[in-house]
Every structure is written in structure tokens, then in C-alpha cells.
Design a protein around this ligand. Structure first.
Ligand SMILES: Nc1ncnc2c1ncn2[C@@H]1O[C@H](COP(=O)(O)OP(=O)(O)OP(=O)(O)O)[C@@H](O)[C@H]1O
Ligand SMILES: [Mg+2]
Length: 268
């Protein structure tokens, strides 16, 4: 369980995240929504410790991850994988090697320095690519892939890390509708089949309602909504999106559809 207590982050006199409290049980698929600048990325980055909190605590299964240093911090980062809007792949490296990077924390240092991947690690990386229907791209340079394919490679890399939580910061922001579906389905499968907790920042309320079992709404760094997608009514949307609320609500169907069930390889 992720517990966030009084979490605050200031940048000068601007408060990006303001005294936030949140509890996320294991296995949840939580959408973090809100306008641009609401504090969504800062929240996720603090959980991964890419940003330091100004105040408050972040606990995972009771352990305070906001206080970790050195080796313990690296271990935590291995247990909570990040997926970014810009994919963050090494474009000149092939797809399989990009996925293998997710195994770095699992292999001894001398082997990881020399990039001496075992057959077992290669098999794990390849099966992750198979899960997302991109195994045939394994030998291609990452930079030659489409955005949707690159994001699925990034999700495969996150999966082979064997994380307990995945933090996805606008993973579909630069994708067309078809690729949006493929990438969100990939995250949904990881969540469902492995019980990995997913915290996903989303601009699209429509997508958030369709995929998430809980929505957390931020406005000016404060938590102003926390509930199931169905509970996000016009009032709550106004608090979150202000004048854009009507527009956002119109674009979002009220009955959430569930992502299609897709056969998945056995959990590792
Ligand atoms: N490194 C930084 N230095 C200064 N201010 C920052 C920094 N990072 C974020 N902020 C500020 O903190 C606030 C929250 O930013 P954040 O990026 O978390 O919002 P967001 O909800 O992710 O927005 P978006 O939807 O545009 O990605 C904004 O006012 C932003 O300008
Ligand atoms: Mg952001």
C-alpha cells in the first residue's frame, strides 16, 4: 500500500503539491487528473524520488521511501518503474537492448557494466515484447519505431524490472487514438495480470474513466476529488477544470467501458 502523508513540494514561493494525503492499496489502477500545472507530474516524481518533497512523507508497505539514500534509494527506484510521455528509450540501441535495461538492477554489477545479458534475461525481455505484440521489432533500432510502438517498448522495459508500482506520466499524450488504446491496454494488462499498482497521469478524462478504477483530481496542488470514475459529476469537474469543465465532461461518456481481455503469458 502506498501512503502519502501531508506531501508538499514548493518551487520558490509556488506550491506545486500542497499538503496532499492519499492511500492507494496494492493492485489499484489510479488515474491522476487535473489541469495543466495542477501538480500531477510533481506528485509522481516525488513518489519515485526524482523530485524531493519539501514536507510530508511517502510510505510503501509502511517503509518511509522519502528518507531513502544510496543503495536503498536505487532499490526503491527499481521497485517503482516510471513510464514517461517521451518514452525515454535509447534511440540508437535496438529494441531488445532497451528492454534489457530494465533488468539492470537484477544482474551483478560486473555483468551489467559489460552488458553481458544471460539467455534467461533475453528470454524475459523477448516475452515481454511478445506480450505487447512487438516481438518482431526486437532487432530494430528504437528510433525507427512509431510513437505507440516505442511506448510499448518502454512499458515492456518497466515490466521486466518486476516493479511493484508503475508511475506513468501522461503515457499517451503524444499518441493517436489507436495507439492510445494499445498503450492503455498494455498498462491495464500489467495491472490485472500481475497485480502491479498503476498510478497514471492523464489529460483525457474519457480515457481516465475508461481505464481507471479510481480517479484522484488535483487543482493547484490540492486534492479536490478522490473516488470512482462514476462519482465525477459536473460539480466535481468544475472544481477540477473550471471553465473547461463542460467541454471535458462532454467528451467523456459516463458509463466506463472495460478494456478488452487479452490473453497474457503466465506471470513471472
Ligand atoms: N522544476 C520546476 N521548477 C519550478 N517550478 C516547477 C518545476 N516543476 C514544476 N513546477 C511548477 O509546479 C506546478 C505543478 O507542475 P506539474 O508539472 O507537476 O503540473 P502537471 O499537473 O504535471 O501539469 P501538466 O498537465 O502540464 O503536465 C506548476 O506551476 C509548475 O510550473
Ligand atoms: Mg505533467
Amino acid at each position: 500500500m502506498l501512503v502519502i502523508e501531508g506531501l508538499t513540494r514548493r518551487f520558490g514561493d509556488r506550491v506545486a503539491v500542497d499538503d496532499m494525503c492519499l492511500e492507494v492499496p496494492r493492485g489499484a489502477f489510479v488515474g491522476v487528473i487535473g489541469r495543466s500545472g495542477a501538480g500531477k507530474s510533481t506528485l509522481l516524481r516525488m513518489v519515485n524520488r526524482l523530485a524531493e518533497p519539501s514536507a510530508g512523507r511517502i510510505l510503501w508497505d509502511g517503509a518511509d521511501v522519502s528518507a531513502l539514500r544510496g543503495r536503498a534509494l536505487r532499490d526503491w527506484r527499481a521497485r517503482c518503474a516510471m513510464v514517461f510521455q517521451g518514452f525515454n528509450l535509447s534511440g540508437r540501441l535496438d529494441v531488445l537492448t532497451n528492454v534489457l535495461v530494465g533488468r539492470l538492477n537484477k544482474v551483478p554489477a560486473h555483468r551489467s557494466l559489460l552488458r553481458l545479458w544471460s539467455d534467461a534475461d533475453r528470454a524475459i525481455a523477448l516475452s515481454a515484447l511478445e506480450r505487447f505484440d512487438i516481438a518482431e521489432l526486437a532487432a530494430q533500432r528504437a528510433e525507427h519505431l512509431s510513437g505507440g510502438q516505442q511506448q510499448r517498448v518502454a512499458i515492456a522495459r518497466a515490466l521486466v524490472q518486476e516493479p511493484e508500482i508503475i508511475l506513468a506520466d501522461e503515457p499517451i499524450a503524444s499518441l493517436d487514438p489507436r495507439n492510445t488504446g494499445l498503450v492503455m491496454d498494455a498498462l491495464a494488462r500489467i495491472n490485472r495480470d500481475y497485480g502491479i499498482t498503476v498510478l497514471c497521469n492523464l489529460h483525457s478524462l474519457d480515457i481516465a474513466r475508461r481505464y481507471c478504477d479510481r480517479l484522484v483530481g488535483l487543482s493547484a496542488g490540492r486534492l479536490v476529488f478522490d473516488g470512482p470514475p462514476d462519482a465525477l459529476d459536473a460539480d466535481a469537474a468544475r472544481k477540477l477544470y473550471g471553465l473547461e469543465a463542460a467541454e471535458v465532461m462532454d467528451a467523456a461518456p459516463s458509463a466506463p467501458a472495460h478494456p478488452s481481455a487479452v490473453p497474457f503469458l503466465a506471470a513471472t
